[in-house]
Design a protein around this ligand. Structure first.
Ligand code: G4P
Length: 291
């Protein structure tokens, strides 16, 4: 991806050090960590420090929003994590798909030894305790609502986990800390920032929306051309520039301003909205072999 023509995305990294300390301090209270990532950006939506921070605990990765991701790519990613000895499960917190597999999978894989030990000790009824971690907007609140039942308050993007330790009862004799750890991604790399901006994980007010949409259109033209053609009924080839793609979409949609020019801002917003809501089909922005 060519980043030269876009002003670097400036990103507030959150209180990273404070967050890390809070997570480390609370880790000893839990049996396992549930790390939520976005199935469309399995690398970019992971905080690169998370493996180090959580290395003392068993961990499962939840690839959330799998309804929006390319299912072939999701399978590749599950294999990728498996090769790294990490259990990963694809879920969709919006519809609830596979959510009921989470706790049984944790018990039969990453916590199998603990479960066996408790069985032998006669303490099998002890609840298992989890910490939920993930970058903002990845679906932490949605997961907690699914697991706890009933609508809970939106998780604030504030650092760390709660100071007052409270436990929320979940299904299957499981509990979790009442607030998840919100870990911001640290961007050493603009490609990561741009992919997160495509999915809406970075708010649009810190990016140039037209440039962002043009970058997305080029990515789609190269990687998912049929989806792009089907959605907007446009024709293009490898020589079509990003500006031309944006103009073609705008014209097809009748987004014209006085003088017959395309309203590129409106078109850009439409393209990004439609991508984010899945109207362009199931699309993954990074696959293991290319990373
Ligand atoms: P967070 O706590 O990690 O910040 O994330 P949150 O659960 O608030 O989810 C962020 C957005 O992602 C929400 O959309 C939520 O509905 C959506 N979402 C979560 N999981 C999934 C999923 O598996 N599939 C899809 N398609 N979307 C998911 P929103 O537009 O902010 O709110 P709303 O649509 O719920 O009103």
């Amino acid at each position: 991806m060519d980043n030269d023509d876009m002003k670097p995305i400036q990103w507030f990294p959150g209180h990273m050090a404070k967050t890390k300390r809070a997570i480390s301090a609370n880790l000893k209270l839990v049996d396992a960590v549930v790390e939520i990532i976005d199935a469309r950006t399995p690398l970019s939506s992971r905080n690169p420090d998370i493996d180090n921070i959580t290395s003392s605990k068993p961990k499962i990765i939840l690839m959330n929003k799998c309804d929006l991701a390319d299912s072939n790519a999701t399978s590749l990613w599950i294999n990728y994590f498996k090769k790294k000895n990490i259990t990963a499960l694809a879920v969709d917190c919006k519809s609830g798909k596979n959510i009921n597999r989470l706790i049984p999978t944790i018990k039969s894989t990453v916590l199998k030894d603990l479960m066996d030990k408790r069985q032998r000790n006669g303490t099998a009824g002890t609840p298992i305790r989890l910490m939920i971690l993930g970058i903002p907007n990845v679906g932490k609140s949605s997961l907690i609502n699914r697991l706890a039942g009933g609508k809970r308050a939106k998780v604030e993007d504030r650092p760390g986990v709660t100071r007052v330790k409270q436990w929320v009862k979940l299904k299957d004799n499981t509990e979790m800390l009442d607030m998840p750890g919100v870990l911001w991604h640290k961007f050493d790399n603009q490609t990561v920032a741009i992919r997160l901006a495509f999915t809406g994980a970075i708010k649009d007010d810190v990016v140039d929306i037209e440039t962002l949409a043009m970058k997305l259109l080029i990515f789609l033209a190269e990687n998912y051309p049929e989806s792009l053609k089907a959605r907007y009924k446009i024709e293009f080839d490898e020589n079509t520039s990003s500006v031309d793609l944006l103009e073609k979409v705008g014209r097809k949609r009748g987004m014209i301003i006085s003088g017959g020019e395309v309203n590129t801002e409106r078109t850009a917003i439409t393209v990004l909205d439609e991508f984010r809501s899945g109207k362009l089909g199931q699309i993954t922005l990074e696959i293991p072999s290319k990373e």
